[in-house]
Design a protein around this ligand. Sequence first.
Ligand code: DPP
Ligand code: ZN
Length: 891
Amino acid sequence: GNLILREAYQPLAYGVETVDLDFNLDPQATVVTSRLKCVRNPDAAAGPVVLFGEALELVSIAIDGAAPAEGQVRKTESGLEVNVSADEVVLTIVTRINPSANLTLSGLYQSRGGFYTQCEAEGFRRITYFPDRPDVMARYTVRLEADAATCPVLLSNGNLLETGTLPNGRHFARWEDPFLKPSYLFALVAAELSALERTVTTMSGRDVLLQVWVEARDLDRVEHAMDSLIHSMRWDEEVFGLELDLDRFMIVAVSDFNMGAMENKGLNIFNTKYVLANPDTGTDLDFENVESVVAHEYFHNWTGNRVTCRDWFQLTLKEGLTVFRDQQFTADMMARASDSPAAAASARAVTRIANVRGLRSGQFPEDAGPMAHPIRPDSYQEINNFYTATVYQKGAEVIRMILTLLGREGFRNGMDLYFSYHDGQAVTCDDFVGCMAEANGADLDLFMRWYSQAGTPRLKAEGAWDAATGTYTLTLSQSTPPTPGQPEKLPLHIPVAVGLIGPDGADLPLRLEGEANAGDTTRVLNLKEASRSWRFTGLAAEPVPSVLRGYSAPVILEIDEDDERLAFRMAHDADPFNRWDAAQRFMERVVLGLAADAAAGRKLEVPQAFGHAFRALLVNESLDPAFVAETLALPSEAYLLERMQPADPAPLRAALIHLMREVGQAMQADFLGRYLDLEVEGEYRYHPADAGKRSLRNLCLRYLAAWGGPTAIDLAAKQFEHAGNMTERYGALAALVQSDAPQRTEALAAFHDRYRDDALVLDKWFMLQATAWRWSDAAPTTLDQVRALMANPAFSLSNPNKVYSLLGGYFKSNAAEFHRPDGAGYAFWAEQVVALDRNNPQVASRMARALEGWRKFTPEIQARIRVALEQVAATEGLSPDVAEIVGKALG
Ligand code: DPP
Ligand code: ZN
C-alpha cells in the first residue's frame, strides 16, 4: 500500500474560496456540476490546482469558462492536476456518478430509495473532483434537483434559500452554508422523510429550528433524540459558552450507514441505531447511546467544524476532544437526573466505569497489537482504518488528563483561547495544547508525549510503611512496552490520583513530607520520570493505598494486593471507580486462575473469599443498584484475553461459565431477593434510577439463568412474557440465551415474530445469537447458527448494522466459539471478509480487524489463524483498507 506520512504535510498550491454545486439526482446517472473559485495559497510552494477524484466519470471541465488548452489538465493516479498561471481561476467541472451502484456507502449512495452522502474522510472525491482535504475550507452553495414523488425532501448544509417545482415531476431546492467548511462536512439528503420539529431559543435570544428527519413510520421513536439535541445545546451553552451558529439544525436517520453518525455542518446524518428509540424498541442502553451520540455530533459543530483538522493525522484534535465532551455531558445528565448528591456521585461513577470498560475492551487490545498507534498517528495507508479506539477513546482520556492538570476553570480558559485564535481554521493538536498551556501559564511540553507515543503504559505502585515514623512511602514507576515502529519508550507525564484508606475503612487526610497540615483525602501526584517516591507523614497505622482514583490516566496499574486487600477495597474504597476496579481485579484474578486450572485439567473451585466479597456487594441495599450491577458484571472477554498469557479462549470460557454457574447457584436466594425487591413500578421512563434497577435485575437474572435451575428459567421466561419495555424483554432474552432450556428457543422465536419487520430490533436478535455462549456440548455450534442466520430474509451483507450484529458479534464478542479448535471459524472469517470487501471495504476492514491480535494466542491457535490471514492477504483486488490490516497483522 501507499504510506502517507504526517511529516510530509504540505499545503496545496491552490485553495478554494467558493463552491457552487448543482446535483441533478438520478439513481443511475446523477450529474454533478461544480463551480470552484480556486485561489493561489501565498504560503505554499508553486504548483498546479490539485483535484482528487475516485470512481467519477468526467463529462467536462472548463477553465474560466473556456475549454482547457492541450495538456493543461493532466489525469493522475488520484485525480486531476490543472496548470494555471493566474492567482485566481474558476473551474467548472461536470461529472456523472451512479449512486445506486455505490455499495461502499462513501460518497453519494442510495438507501431505501433515498439519496444520502457520507464524505468523511475522503468521500467527497467520489462525488466530484475537488482538493478533498480538511485544510481546504470554502463557502458552499448547493442546488438539488430530484424526482418530487420519490424524493420529496431535499436537504443540504446551512440555510434554505429557495424551493420550486420543475417540469417532468422534478423539483429543486437551493441551500447556502454561511460558514467556511472543509469538503468532508458537505452533505445532502434527498428522500421521502418526515420530521419532528421544535423551535428553541439560544442563549443570545435567537430562535432556531430543530428537525429530526426519519421515515414516517418511525416518527414515534424520535422524541428522545430531539430531547437529547436540546439538552446538548443547553449544556454547550452553559458549560462552554458555545451557541448554535445556524438558524436551523437537522438530524437525518438512515438505515445503511458505515459509522455511528456524522457531524456534517447543520445536517447531521445518523445511523438509525443512534436516533430511533422508544420504550418498546430501545433498551436503557440504547436511550443512553442515542443521547450521547446526538450530543457528540452536536458538539462537533464547534470542536471539529468551526475549528477543524489541518490533516487527518490530527483526527484526535476533534474526536478525542469531542468524545471527552460527550462523556462529560453524559455524566452531567446522569448526575442532574439523580435525586441526591450521593446518587449523583454514583451516577457519575457509573458513567466513568462504562467509559473505562470501553477503553479496556476496545482500546487496550488495539494498543497491544500490530495496529498500535499514538493518538496522533505518524503514518497510515488508509485513513478509514484510523477512526480507532485509540484516536477516540484514548484521545478523550488525554483531554481528560489536561482537565485534571489545569482544573475546570483553567480548562475552560484554554478552550476560550482556542476558539479566539483558531475559529474558522484547520489546525493541529499542537495548536490545541498550546492554547491550554498559554491560557494557564502551564508547561505541557512533556505532556505532549501522549500524542506521539503508542502503547498502554504500565504504572507500578509500591508502598512501604515505616511504623516508627508513621510514614508511608509510595513509589510510582512507569514503563511502556514497545509497539510497532517504536521500540524505545520515554517516560510520560502521568497524573496519578491517590488516596490512603485507614484500617477502619475511612479515607485519611493526606500530608506529604514538608507540608504543614494535612489536606484533602485524594491527591494528584504528577509522575514525570521513570520512577519517583512520595512520603506521606503523620499516619497512625499502615494505610491501604487507593491508586489511580477515578482512573486519572489511561494506564495499566500494577499493584500487589492480596485477596484480603481487594475485598477490603471492594467494601470501603471511598472512590467509587476504584471500588468497582477492586471488584474487577478480584474477578480477573479468580477467572484467570480458573482458566489456568481448566487448561491444566484441574478441578475448578471458586475461592471462598471471592464469594464473600461478591455477596457483600450484591446484598448491599445502600448502594446504587446501577453501581452494584457494574461491580458484579464480569470483565469483558476481550479484556481478559489481553490479560491472559498466552491467550486461550476455550479454558477462559470454561472458567467464565463455571464462575457464573457457581455464583448463580450459591447465591440464588440473594439474586432472587434483589430481583424481587428491585421491580420498577409504573410506566417506563428513561431515568438513571429506574435504569439502574433494571440493570441490576437483569444481571441477577443472568446469574440465575447461568445456574439454570427451573425456578430461574421460569423467572426469565415470565419476565420475557410480561415485559413492559425493551430493557426487560431484552434482558430476559439475554438471560435465556445463556441456557439450554427449551424456553430459549421459544423466546427467540417469539421475539423474532414480534419484531419481524423491525430492522433495528432484529439486529439485537442476530447479535444475541452470535454472541451466545454454548452451555452444553449438545447444542449446535454458534458457527452453524450464524451461517443459518445469514440465510434469514432480514439479514443482508450490504447493510452494515446487520454485519456488525451477526458477523461482528461472532468474530469479536464470542472468542471461544470463533476460535474453535478445528479452525472453521477462521475459514468462515476469511470467506466473509473477502466477500464484504468486494462491495464495502470499510465494513470489511472492521471485520478483518477481529484477528489482528492473533499473536497473543497459543502457538497452536496462531498457526491456524496464520492460514486464514495469508489466504485473505493473497486475495486479488483486495482494498487498501483490508490490505493494510492483514498486511500489518502478518508483518
Ligand atoms: N466524525 C464522525 C464522528 O465521530 C465519524 N464517524 O462523529
Ligand atoms: Zn466524532
